[in-house]
Design a protein around this ligand. Structure first.
Ligand code: HEM
Length: 331
């Protein structure tokens, strides 16, 4: 309500609400002060629970950052990824990108439980994820930004959207870029946001092909450093060990820095989708080099691109709802 009053007042004064908020891809406005009056402690609650979870398990920062991405690429940033299967809802948790892979749901549950006690029916699960992604970045040493808020939660999920829209690690550079463009994101966003792979883990099954049979001729990927490849093969055998875990950035796996890009320059990107940013396109190659040489530029662009991703088709106003339990729609 408050944000309508602000926006209407600005419009009446002949001012653009752009000065306060970011225009979203699907219409509606998000702005950082959305909960300032309705739930002044909202941001603090998210920060405290995330800090506790990351202190307990550093990888959780990566998992929470990824959750926001996998939410936003499917029907917009509307917390559809958090819904469990029930009634006509088929959970996105079952999709190829998410199955045995997406994690952090219990942390979101915990944030939501504290939030409902402090300010019932007020803060959306979608906003909680956007804040948790920012806090996770900051806690691991990355940049900070003000998170535009005011998203509402979806009353449905899309398993097919999750399977089709989220890029796969063996997609070509073009396919990955196309999937970003379909969300209103460009090549700069693609390269900067891929920098998230400076933290977190991937399973053997996500990159095995590169180690043994990259293009069907029984040979490893020739854009993968040979000694790094043989190291990886020790724990990622030709068959079995699918769930074995590897650091996406072996240099500083729990630190948000630009070593991910430095690794790409050394042909030591873990996923095929990482290395292609350096090998398959001139423009993206230059961006990789820029971020490898200049962490500050990477951090600046990362923050910008996270805000842009967070603006993908949110539900605002009277659309959607404020879920009481992030795992199910309200009765
Ligand atoms: C560009 C296309 C992308 C592809 C193909 C991709 C693919 C993947 C894959 C395959 C994994 C490992 C999953 C597993 O083996 O369980 C992963 C992990 C991860 N991804 Fe991406 N990703 C992409 C972009 C992004 C973006 C845009 C973000 C965030 C803004 C992101 C954040 C992460 C994080 C933080 C992890 C580690 C999660 C953890 O340790 O729990 N990725 N990604």
């Amino acid at each position: 309500m408050v944000h309508y009053i602000i926006v209407i007042t600005l419009l009446a004064l002949g001012l653009s609400p752009h000065c306060l908020s970011s225009k979203t891809v699907g219409g509606g406005y998000l702005y950082p002060q959305f909960y300032d009056h309705s739930c002044p402690k909202a941001q603090e609650i998210v920060r405290n629970v995330v800090a506790k979870a990351v202190a307990k398990e550093p990888r959780m920062a990566a998992s929470l950052l990824r959750l926001h991405f996998h939410d936003c690429f499917v029907k917009g940033c509307d917390a559809s990824i958090l819904l469990d299967s029930s009634g006509s809802i088929i959970s996105e948790k079952r999709s190829n990108p998410n199955r045995n892979s997406a994690r952090g749901f219990e942390v979101i549950d915990e944030i939501k439980a504290v939030m409902e006690k402090e300010c019932p029916h007020t803060v959306s699960c979608a906003d909680i994820m956007a804040l948790a992604a920012r806090d996770s970045t900051v806690l691991t040493g990355g940049p900070s930004w003000e998170v535009p808020l005011g998203r509402r939660d979806a009353r449905g999920a899309s398993l097919s959207g999750s399977n089709n829209n989220i890029p796969a690690p063996n997609n070509t550079f073009q396919t990955i870029l196309t999937k970003f463009k379909l969300q209103g994101l460009g090549i700069v966003d693609l390269v900067a946001l891929s920098g998230s792979h400076t933290i977190g883990n991937a399973r053997c099954t996500s990159f095995r092909q590169r180690l043994y049979n990259q293009s069907g001729n029984g040979q490893p990927d020739n854009t993968l450093d040979q000694s790094y490849a043989s190291q990886l093969r020790r724990n990622c055998p030709r068959s079995g060990g699918d769930q074995n875990l590897f650091f996406l950035d072996f240099v500083s796996p729990i630190k948000f820095d630009n070593s991910y890009f430095k690794n790409l320059l050394a042909n030591k990107g873990l996923l095929n989708s990482d290395q292609v940013l350096f090998t398959k396109n001139g423009e993206s190659r230059e961006l990789v080099k820029t971020y490898a040489y200049n962490q500050e530029l990477f951090f600046l662009q990362f923050a910008k691109s996270m805000i842009k991703m967070g603006n993908i088709s949110p539900l605002t106003g009277y659309r959607g709802e404020i879920r009481q339990n992030c795992r199910k729609i309200n009765a």
